[in-house]
Design a protein around this ligand. Sequence first.
Ligand code: SF4
Length: 334
Amino acid sequence: MLELSTQKPDEYPPAMEVEERWNVDTAKKIYNLPFNDLLFQAQTVHRQRFDPNAIQLSKLLSIKTGGCPEDCGYCSQSAHYPTGLKASKLLQVEKVVAEARKARDSGATRYCMGAAWRSPKDRDIDMVVAMVEGVRALGMETCMTLGMLSPQQAARLAGAGLDYYNHNIDTSERFYSAIISTRSFADRLETLAHVRDAGIKVCSGGILGMGETVDDHIAMLVTLANLPVPPESVPINMLIPIPGSKLANAAPVDPIEFVRAIALARILMPETHVRLSAGRSDMSDEMQALCFLAGANSIFVGDTLLTTGNPGEDHDAALFRRLGLKAMPLGASE
Ligand code: SF4
């Protein structure tokens, strides 16, 4: 027989105060609250800052695919693993702008462009600057993910009007070297600092289901929350194991642990858009609904991400109807 709750209403955990700096012990206590209490706290925090039924829609395009010199164990684009992905060159600016226009016309407000580089060369920056300018002229927010940036490169992107730069910390500092050996956790933080110093908004999150522990989930979120300014956008991905990659046979993450991580992200970073990112195609509608209840308020739309699958627009439209969700208008939370 299941254990009966003996908790009386006046013993419920008090509404959480927003802390300036978080420590891992406090974050663990929050993470380990009874699930209903955790979701209640997360939803309470969420409602203080956001329309609880509005979801920000982003669209992602791979502007340069495959052949990456980095060895990220989760990635289809790393040249270190026989994933069978065909590499391609940097797309032409006109093609990128045309794709962005289609995304805007189907409701996306932010256009995210990703290139499989360790870091861009200066001649690449000329091309991506033209892409940023072209997409911004459509009235969309822009985001780029291009690998490590020098302060000068970050300044050029800022000068072009780039709104967001994505650079995930991926996991905890402790677990980082088990997943990637060609760069360090400190390298990631350094690029994030260059991006922030240039005046670009930060998008940084990670992936769950790579063989890490719950403590790694908590440590990763505490690191993000304790950046000098927390990221404006935190994508939380569920690993899609890529055949041929180092993590091809990784065990799936427990869905309840995943939802708990979303709720903790919401509580530690109340102002942030928490994005339910890669892995949605392997989630049930019910799991996605729990993630939205836990405070996720951004998704990628369209049937592909950089190289992996995503629920199609028809499926998302049906899910939004069933849950009474709406697309968040541009600038709604700023
Ligand atoms: S995640 Fe990015 S940096 Fe890592 S291998 Fe893939 S494309 Fe390269």
